[in-house]
Design a binder for this molecule. Structure first.
Ligand SMILES: Nc1ncnc2c1ncn2[C@@H]1O[C@H](COP(=O)(O)OP(=O)(O)OP(=O)(O)O)[C@@H](O)[C@H]1O
Ligand SMILES: O=c1[nH]c(=O)c2[nH+]cn([C@@H]3O[C@H](COP(=O)(O)O)[C@@H](O)[C@H]3O)c2[nH]1
Ligand SMILES: NC(=O)CC[C@H](N)C(=O)O
Ligand SMILES: [Mg+2]
Length: 538
């Protein structure tokens, strides 16, 4: 089976645990060059493909730390271009007998890089050629090179770092002390581009147009003539794009299943049904399991327990449905229908950030909350996994969705968590509480859309608080619940900031919710960023 890195020129990013490693991967992809992240401990003999170039990331370690991670020295025998960023530069220097020492003071923030003129004709290195006599870069380090390794020369310096960028005299080996991958280095992407396009000579063919054709062929190869696939869909972007891609590849041999868990948004099941079946032509079964979910959730307040119950119930329902589909096919066959293939595969909408998290060199970080979805938990299922979006970032998935003619409102949809409204109702979940939250949430989202703000906001939703407040309505005292509104701007949901609304939008939302939703007499707006808060309240 042709793997993705056999089909596209690939830059390998070796991760030493920097918080920016994934950004290096992203920058290459934005330049239409396929890049993949692997732990720095990867052994070259275990690589199943030959990269066109390698980038060594930054790291929280110092190269001289006892437990500092080091690259397999075999990388230098591959004969391909290698560039180190920050720790990566220090690692290359150390591997070539240079020295690294602690700076007098840590350098964190902007610096001005001056490309150094080389040789008699005074040209600057190809990495910086034409970028100007001096340009802004962003630094984050406590160590720096104190002596240059033999056979290397300086290609750029700053006021405090005389070896801010270095290159080997005859081999394609480079090191830069600054972080070219962050947007605070305005020419950073251009510099990464010089490396991957000019020095590594990668083809610029990583586009979703190229990807679609190749991925559809790959799916067909994997599934064979008859193999059938089932997949859980939620109406969210990831599962919809994955479902549509499967449909393009194997048509009706793909069967989508949506579970109504009783904590979806207002009319969500009906809308997803309409969309997937009619607009996208995907085979869909909707299973109404709301009774079961809500009965298992009764009286539960603890957020992690809510997640666990929902995750487990999802699996139970999903397995039942998979078995039903298999049985049905067997019965039809017995009655003489043409033999259908076995349901061998389970589609999952896993994205690259999930993959990165699991392969990151740094290892597991503290669990803030367990993000539950369906597929990730199907441990003892006999089904094999098929994950067509495994290599993609969210914006690539959206671009893919547009190419697959998935309607724009769907492609731009805000994410919605698998455990749904259960983690937005702060007390126990009941049908009545779900109804209140569904109505308030719909008003909020409708008004955001009416104001033309939906696409500027990464995620918006209402939260139902378990407290009651006093109000006055029609001269009568009321004693009712409170809705909190949440809207955030975010690139990747790892960090987020609250969205600044025009006041009239908030006024309209508040007035509509208190007027139209029985049981609510007060609306508040959440002005917390992440960190220290999280996006969801639970
Ligand atoms: N109600 C549901 N019915 C069936 N599957 C679901 C349901 N909710 C979630 N899932 C499954 O869990 C997966 C993970 O959910 P997640 O919310 O992360 O992704 P998504 O819903 O596809 O996209 P988005 O992140 O945009 O909401 C989905 O891709 C889908 O396979
Ligand atoms: O599928 C999911 N299952 C979950 O249990 C879950 N919890 C949070 N989220 C979504 O993740 C993003 C970050 O949310 P937090 O800042 O609250 O962790 C936001 O987009 C959240 O909506 C979830 N998604
Ligand atoms: N960002 C980095 O890669 C830092 C590398 C190393 N820990 C230093 O302080 O210099
Ligand atoms: Mg979702």
């Amino acid at each position: 089976m042709a793997d993705i890195h056999d089909q596209f020129d690939t830059v390998l990013i070796l991760d030493f645990g920097s918080q920016y490693s994934h950004l290096i991967t992203r920058r290459c992809r934005e330049l239409n060059v396929y890049a993949e992240l692997m732990p720095c401990t990867t052994k070259i003999k275990d690589l199943t493909f030959k990269p066109k170039g390698i980038i060594l990331s930054g790291s929280p370690y110092s190269v001289y730390d006892d437990d500092a991670p080091h690259v397999d020295p075999e990388v230098y025998n591959l004969g391909i271009p290698i560039m180190g960023i920050c720790y990566g530069l220090q690692e290359i220097a150390l591997n070539h007998k240079g020295t690294v020492s602690q700076c007098d003071h840590r350098e964190y923030g902007f610096a001005s890089l001056e490309p150094t003129k080389q040789g008699p004709d005074g040209k600057v290195d190809a990495l910086f050629d034409g970028l100007g006599d001096e340009f802004q870069v962003w630094m984050s380090h406590g160590d720096q090179l104190s002596t240059l390794p033999p056979s290397f020369h300086v290609i750029g310096k700053t006021d405090t770092a005389p070896f801010a960028a270095i290159a080997h005299d005859s081999k394609p080996l480079y090191g830069i002390q600054f972080h070219a991958e962050v947007t605070h280095s305005p020419l950073g992407k251009e510099i990464i581009g010089r490396f991957v396009l000019k020095i590594c000579a990668c083809q610029k063919n990583w586009t979703m147009e190229e990807f679609i054709g190749k991925e559809i062929k790959r799916i067909r190869d994997i599934c064979g003539e008859k193999g059938r696939v089932i997949g859980a869909v939620s109406g969210g972007v990831d599962s919809t794009v994955a479902a549509k891609l499967m449909h393009e590849a194997i048509g009706d041999r793909f069967q989508a299943i949506m579970v109504d868990n009783g904590v979806l948004r207002l009319n969500e099941a009906a809308q997803v049904n309409e969309m997937l079946r009619k607009d996208l032509g995907v085979n869909l079964t909707i299973v109404d399991a709301s009774e079961l979910f809500l009965s298992r959730l009764a009286g539960v307040e603890d957020p992690e327990q809510k997640r666990k119950i929902i995750g487990n119930t999802f699996i139970n329902i999903f397995e039942e449905e998979a078995t039903k589909i298999e049985k049905l096919a067997e019965e039809e066959e017995k009655k003489g229908a043409a033999a259908k293939g076995r349901v061998e595969w389970l589609l999952q909408g896993t994205l690259y950030p999930d993959v990165i998290e699991s392969i990151s060199f740094k290892g597991p970080s503290a669990t803030i909350k367990t993000h539950h979805n369906v597929g990730g938990l199907l441990k003892d299922m006999k089904l094999k996994l098929i994950e067509p979006l495994r290599e993609l970032f969210k914006d690539e998935v959206r671009a893919l969705g547009r190419l697959l003619s998935i309607p724009a409102p769907l492609v731009q949809r805000h994410p919605f968590p698998g455990p749904g409204l259960a983690i937005r109702i702060l007390g126990p979940v009941t049908r009545e509480q779900v109804k209140i939250l569904q109505l308030a949430d719909k008003i909020f989202i409708d008004e955001i859309r009416n104001a033309g703000l939906y696409d500027q906001i990464a995620q918006a939703f209402a939260v139902l608080l378990p407290v009651r407040a006093v109000g006055v309505m029609g001269d009568k005292r009321t004693y009712e619940q409170v809705i909190a509104l949440r809207a955030v701007e975010s690139q990747d949901f790892m960090t987020a900031d609250w969205y600044v609304f025009p006041p009239e939008v908030l006024r309209r939302v508040s007035s509509r919710i208190t007027n139209e939703v029985a049981g609510i007499n007060r609306v508040t707006y959440d002005i917390s960023s992440k960190p220290p808060a999280t996006v969801e309240w639970l």
